[in-house]
Design a protein around this ligand. Structure first.
Ligand code: XIL
Length: 375
């Protein structure tokens, strides 16, 4: 308020109420709004949100050799490897590790002083087939599979010790079927529920300083949300070294509404439990959960004003809520950086262009961007 009264003194009493209104009602980051149409701001999302949470993006090693690198450095202070650290890429054969992509992202993060989230150590998808079979092609025993899991986790987590501050240790272990708790993956079929706690123990042994997360999607759905809660709370209560829950946030123009988002965050507001939004995107198509082929209607892939307006509103609402819950949210990571290419170009509908992010194909901030930083 002090600066408002200074203005009053400077301009005298005539017109002082107008000045008072203008100088006090202007949103804190409104300066940046004016830069939208004119020159480029040197500030980025990370700066506007410096008192709130880290702002991350999921990247490929390739992207770091393009002009996207500059955009990342201007806007973000945290990275996640979109695919390069997943088991299938890093550990394609029992004795074969492929570090090139993962290392290049880790080096970029280190050189540029960016936080790095590790994604991920154990998942049902993008997992190499050798893992579950012996030399004769028979399914391995629980003992063998847990030993392989331990070897994998120990090797990967040790390699990035001190560089990766948080790991998604187990990803998507919960079933989407309403009456099934855990996903009946090969991990579950061979080891039962125990593989989950074991994965956290192995990761903690390899790097006792890394923050360990359980990460999942459809967290907005009350049934799935309850299952995520049950798993995370159960692990914590059992003394398993788990520090947080990663809420993926693959959302869309029609989901979530504010009430669902608030309910979800309230449920995870547990003492000692960190919460990160780990894979945020807002599709310009209504939410669909299952992969499918393209239909006739899917050929209409223009980003219309109507779709964009809905996306702007959704981004605005989500970040308003995130800011309100800043004490419990320590990071918000976008799943990809510009609309140039994202995983949603092929999911849930193969070959349907989507525009889920805050930067357009030319890497310019979209209208939604200015709403996100206008507070
Ligand atoms: C996706 C990647 O973005 C795609 O490039 C890849 O083809 C499939 O996986 N939940 C996750 C991420 O935890 O690892 C997934 O990433 C998206 C959904």
């Amino acid at each position: 308020m002090a600066h408002c009264f200074k203005n009053l003194q400077m301009i005298g009493l005539t017109g002082c109420w107008v000045m008072l209104f203008l100088s006090c009602a202007a949103p804190k980051n409104s300066g940046a709004l004016h830069e939208a149409g004119t020159s480029k701001s040197t500030k980025g999302l990370k700066d506007y949100y410096k008192n709130y949470f880290a702002i991350g993006g999921a990247v490929s090693p390739m992207a770091l050799h393009t002009e996207e690198a500059g955009l990342i450095l201007q806007q973000f202070n945290s990275l996640t490897a979109e695919n390069a650290m997943k088991m299938g890429l890093v550990h394609p054969g029992e004795e074969v590790y492929n570090w090139s992509g993962a290392d290049s992202i880790a080096t970029f993060a280190k050189q540029n002083n960016l936080k790095l989230r590790g994604h991920n150590l154990c998942r049902h998808n993008q997992t190499p087939t050798w893992l579950f079979k012996d030399a004769t092609g028979k399914q391995v025993s629980k003992e063998v599979l847990l030993k392989r899991l331990k070897d994998h986790i120990t090797t990967v987590v040790s390699r990035y010790k001190g560089t990766i501050f948080a790991w998604d240790v187990v990803n998507e272990a919960i079933s989407d079927k309403k009456d099934e708790y855990l996903r009946h993956s090969e991990w579950f079929n061979i080891c039962g529920e125990e593989y989950i706690a074991k994965a956290f123990e192995y990761a903690h042994e390899a790097d006792p300083n890394a923050l360990l997360f359980y990460n999942d999607y459809n967290e907005i759905d009350p049934i799935k949300r309850d299952k995520i809660y049950k798993l995370v709370k159960g692990l914590k209560d059992a003394g398993v070294p788990i520090h947080g829950v990663g809420l993926q946030a693959h959302w869309a123009i029609n989901e979530p509404n504010k009430e669902a988002l608030v309910n979800m965050l309230e449920q995870f507001a547990l003492p000692g439990l960190k919460v990160q939004i780990t894979e945020l995107d807002i599709s310009v198509y209504p939410k669909e959960h299952n992969a499918r082929g393209a239909r006739q209607v899917d050929t209409d892939t223009l980003l219309t004003n109507e779709k964009e307006q809905l996306q702007i509103e959704k981004y605005k609402m989500c970040f308003k809520v995130f800011r309100k819950y800043r004490k419990m949210i320590s990071g918000v990571t976008f799943w990809n950086i510009p609309d140039r290419s994202s995983w949603l170009d092929n999911f849930p509908v193969r070959n349907r262009k989507d525009y889920p992010l805050l930067f357009d194909k030319k890497l310019n901030p979209k209208k939604a961007y200015w709403e996100v930083i206008n507070f």
